[in-house]
Ligand binder design. Structure first.
Ligand SMILES: *[C@@H]1O[C@H](CO)[C@@H](O)[C@H](O)[C@H]1NC(C)=O
Ligand SMILES: *[C@@H]1O[C@H](CO)[C@@H](O)[C@H](O)[C@H]1NC(C)=O
Ligand SMILES: *[C@@H]1O[C@H](CO)[C@@H](O)[C@H](O)[C@H]1NC(C)=O
Ligand SMILES: *[C@@H]1O[C@H](CO)[C@@H](O)[C@H](O)[C@H]1NC(C)=O
Ligand SMILES: *[C@@H]1O[C@H](CO)[C@@H](O)[C@H](O)[C@H]1NC(C)=O
Length: 822
């Protein structure tokens, strides 16, 4: 083993790391050094055994990132010593002392971001039409029921989708409230908007309520606590929507076709009141629970505001605030309360859990109309802001409800606006009332995650020992020779993407981790041929840009008439999973081949824009089809009405999609995309650990449910510890594991993985699992027991049937070796 001394002349910083064992393992990697003060724009690098290998860091003003400096090992000499190329630097401010580095420096990474992100990272990826090989058509099988024409493409997976799908009467959850168009149904038989809030003691656990853990819990639906309606509404009433954004929508109840709305409901995720804007009709208030009392307040809260206290027969107290032309209510019967005259203005309702009346009194009169998202990054610090635009009283600060993962990451300033008032949600723990017109949320960004195996807990030398590299190489040689075209040219975007991603991982491992560049290049050639089928749109079901909703979908449902084919890709189901695999594979190809990158950037960016367009400035795609910045994770559910709301099953494929965005942003030099990917990953980790992946100390989900360790399928209204394809433990737990990639260690902590393993897979149970799931379980084991994982994958009698179509033994071995420092 050679011991090299890398001497990087800086000031005010000294880093020591361990010697490395194999120079070849360093190729393509480098050092990435966060510094707190600025850095001299000149770095010389030398080694004690190789003589001086010095290099200048270019002080290019456009390539400045203020808190990092990096060098990357670019090529290997025959003597096994890497040459170095400095990548970035920043301007001179304070003097910096010597940086002494004993190679290799950790964390090892692949490539340093050379460009700087904008002050708001939500900048367009592109604004032009998708590439011409992706055809265009104006129609889509799902009608856009009641959606008023709007300039921006339509979000297909958002919380309000039930308002334009199917019967238009399934619920939408803004949290903590849910709303549903009563549509002449339910106990009230109303034609207005039904509002509900469910308490924890109303949650139903089953099918065996006393089991610990129970399989599922569900919140009752169809409870019409209060229905906001108008005398004008009846069996000719229609529901329309407008102003649909990533966070909000207006829902209108129209007495009859062509009439103007009697009531408009501006819906915004987290809104503190349900607000109804009356347009001069006669307000009607109904209840399926029935009214116990409706009392007008005799004291004035604010000028122009009338307040009523409503107690329902379930004992729950609601407050109603009316602002406008004066509202008086008369009780017609215990299910019906009616205004004594027509009314123009807003009616707001909120549920008082006991101590919230003062807060509601102060916050009434103002309501959010939408949420603007912005964000910035500074090295490993990321921050995003929700700015709520406001209707009603402009001098009143908004009351908005925050989910647990929001409160946990609020900036100090926003933290000071948090109140003690809480209302529970259906599946996300308790919301907390916050009095503020904007929130700032801070995250630590996982900037150290690259293509290489990554472990946040240990600073281990990820350079493989010679024997480890050799064992991986032996397996990779065989796997890289598989027929890539055959495995990837399928009738499914999902399975095709998984296959391409698998081969990309093998080729990356050969090139970057074992140093077998020749083998890697040969494989890369085949992978590009296989990938070309898609970039030329010659796969079995080509993609098409449909302009009815605005997005790129598989033509499979158009051709077959089957809405569920390819997991519903045509219906916007699972796009972030399907396209995430392609984007990840493309990032690796682009990392290895700059010419390919340039030629195919627009095609890959089209997939990125379809799932994660960051701004309304892109006229061809909705903003963030899948990732929900309020929930902190994605929703997979596309254009199908659903009684329990949007859902997502595979939290790990969600993670993969954010990681793919980060890596594609990195290799294409789109610093804003990379930053958004990092931010999305950090938020996803926080949100998943709150709602999907349960360490034993999770206090957010019901205590008796934590023993399941994972959610199973998380809906807006229920969590069901199962899958869409079967109930074997390895399916239910495993669909939250795959694909195993570097960010798996971010979302799935070593402690969590150990706890889950002990519940489901220890004592020989994993050994009994058959097929590809067995490989998934043992790859996941690497997150807590890398040696055990390595032993499984490196065993002499390894059976290829233990790998699913998206997995390679090569990458699984690399991950185990990388995580374990083997
Ligand atoms: C329900 O779960 C409890 C606790 O595990 C168990 O004792 C009981 O037998 C179960 N009931 C049924 C019907 O399975
Ligand atoms: C609609 O309501 C009107 C007025 O209440 C009633 O006369 C009519 O029969 C209803 N029509 C239907 C189809 O129910
Ligand atoms: C807030 O605005 C309302 C309506 O513009 C006005 O009537 C009220 O006096 C203002 N209140 C304060 C405290 O400025
Ligand atoms: C790979 O599979 C494709 C499709 O089945 C086939 O046309 C091609 O000949 C195969 N290539 C090799 C090298 O076997
Ligand atoms: C739960 O326990 C783990 C492991 O000890 C710890 O890292 C984590 O911070 C804890 N989470 C909470 C919410 O306390």
């Amino acid at each position: 083993m050679q011991s090299l001394i890398w001497l990087v002349v800086l000031r005010a910083l000294e880093v020591h790391a361990r010697p490395y064992s194999e120079a070849s393992a360093l190729k393509g990697r480098g050092i990435f050094i966060p510094v707190t003060s600025s850095v001299v724009p000149s770095v010389s690098v030398s080694t004690s055994t190789n003589g001086a290998a010095s290099a200048q860091i270019l002080p290019t003003p456009s390539a400045v990132r203020p808190d990092t400096i990096g060098v990357v090992f670019t090529s290997l000499k025959t003597d096994g010593l890497p040459t170095v190329q400095p990548l970035i630097c920043t301007s001179i401010a304070t003097p910096i002392s010597r940086l002494l580095v004993t190679g290799p420096v950790m964390p090892i990474f692949n490539k340093v971001q050379a460009d700087t992100a904008s002050s708001n990272i939500f900048q367009p990826i592109a604004t032009d039409s998708p590439p011409s090989q992706i055809g265009s058509r104006p129609d889509h099988p799902v009608a856009r029921l009641g959606i008023k024409p709007q300039t921006s493409p339509l979000g297909t997976n958002k919380f309000y989708a039930n308002f334009f799908l199917g019967s238009q009467s399934s619920s939408s959850w803004t949290h903590p409230y849910s709303l549903a168009w009563s549509k002449g149904g339910g106990t009230s038989k109303s034609w207005g908007m039904s509002v509900a809030h469910i308490n924890d003691n109303q949650k139903v656990f089953g099918p065996n309520a006393t089991a610990n853990p129970p399989q599922y819990f569900i919140n009752p639906i169809g409870i019409q606590s209060l229905v906001l309606s108008a005398l004008e509404l009846g069996n000719s009433t229609q529901l329309s929507t407008d102003s649909l954004t990533a966070f909000s929508a207006n829902v209108n109840l129209i007495p009859s076709s062509g009439a103007s709305p009697a009531i408009t409901f501006p819906l915004v995720q987290g809104m503190g009141f349900v607000t109804a804007i009356y347009n001069g009709g006669t307000p009607v208030l109904q209840s399926g629970i029935l009214f116990r009392s409706v009392t007008k307040s005799t004291t004035s809260i604010k000028p122009g505001i009338t307040k009523f206290t409503i107690v329902l027969e379930d004992g729950k107290k609601w407050l109603l605030y009316a602002q406008g032309s004066g509202l008086d209510l008369t009780v017609v019967n215990n299910g019906l309360v009616q205004a004594t005259s027509t009314f123009k203005g807003t009616v707001q309702i909120a549920k008082d859990p006991g101590e919230a009346e003062g807060l509601y009194d102060a916050a009434c009169g103002a309501y959010p109309t939408t949420t603007e998202l912005s964000g910035n990054v500074d090295g490993a610090k990321g921050s995003y802001t929700f700015s709520f635009t406001k209707g009603g009283l402009q001098n009143t600060t908004l009351l908005m409800f925050a989910l647990p993962h929001h409160v946990a990451s609020f900036s100090p300033a926003t933290q000071s606006s948090v109140t003690k008032v809480q209302l529970t949600t259906t599946t996300k723990g308790k919301t907390t009332a916050v009095i503020a017109d904007s929130w700032i949320l801070d995250e630590n960004l996982p900037i150290g995650i690259g293509f290489a195996p990554w472990n946040p807990a240990t600073v281990k030398d990820t350079a493989f020992s010679g024997s480890t590299a050799g064992a991986i190489r032996d397996v990779a040689k065989v796997e890289v020779a598989q027929n890539m075209s055959e495995q990837s040219n399928l009738n499914s975007m999902y399975y095709s993407g998984k296959a391409l991603a698998k081969f990309a991982g093998i080729i990356y491992t050969l090139n970057d981790l074992t140093g077998d560049t020749g083998l890697a290049q040969a494989g890369l050639k085949n992978l590009k041929v296989a990938f070309d089928v898609f970039t030329t749109n010659k796969q079995q079901y080509p993609l098409v840009h449909e302009t009815a909703w605005g997005g790129v979908v598989s033509t499979a449902s158009y051709v077959t008439g089957d809405s569920g084919v390819d997991f519903g890709n045509t219906y916007y189901n699972d796009h972030h999973f399907h396209y995430g695999y392609f984007i990840y594979a493309a990032a690796i190809i682009g990392h290895l081949d700059n010419t390919w990158l340039t030629a195919n950037k627009a095609w890959v960016n089209t997939l990125v824009r379809d799932i994660a367009n960051p701004t309304t400035q892109d006229p061809h795609f909705p903003v963030y089809r899948n990732f929900d910045w309020y929930h902190g994770h994605s929703f997979a559910h596309g254009l199908y009405e659903t009684a329990d709301g949007r859902d997502e099953e595979s939290s790990s494929e969600d993670t993969m999609s954010a990681y793919a965005l980060k890596m594609w942003g990195q290799v294409t030099g789109d610093a804003n995309m990379e930053a958004r990917g990092n931010l999305q990953l950090a938020i996803t980790a926080r949100s998943l650990q709150s709602y999907f992946l349960y360490e034993s100390n999770n206090t957010i989900q019901p205590a008796n449910f934590i023993g399941n360790k994972v959610s199973g399928i998380l809906f807006e209204n229920k969590i069901d510890h199962t899958t869409y394809f079967g109930a074997n433990p390895e399916y239910i737990q495993g669909i939250h594991m795959l694909p195993l990639l570097p960010p798996s260690a971010l979302t799935r902590t070593a402690n969590f993985v150990k706890e889950e393993w002990d519940v489901y897979f220890s004592n020989g149970r994993a050994e009994k699992v058959t097929g590809g799931w067995k490989g998934v379980l043992y790859a996941n084991l690497a997150l807590t027991d890398p040696k055990g994982s390595w032993n499984f994958f490196s065993q002499g009698n390894f059976d290829g049937s233990w790998l699913d179509g998206g997995a390679s033994r090569t990458w699984y071995m690399a991950m185990a070796a990388g995580l374990g420092g083997l």
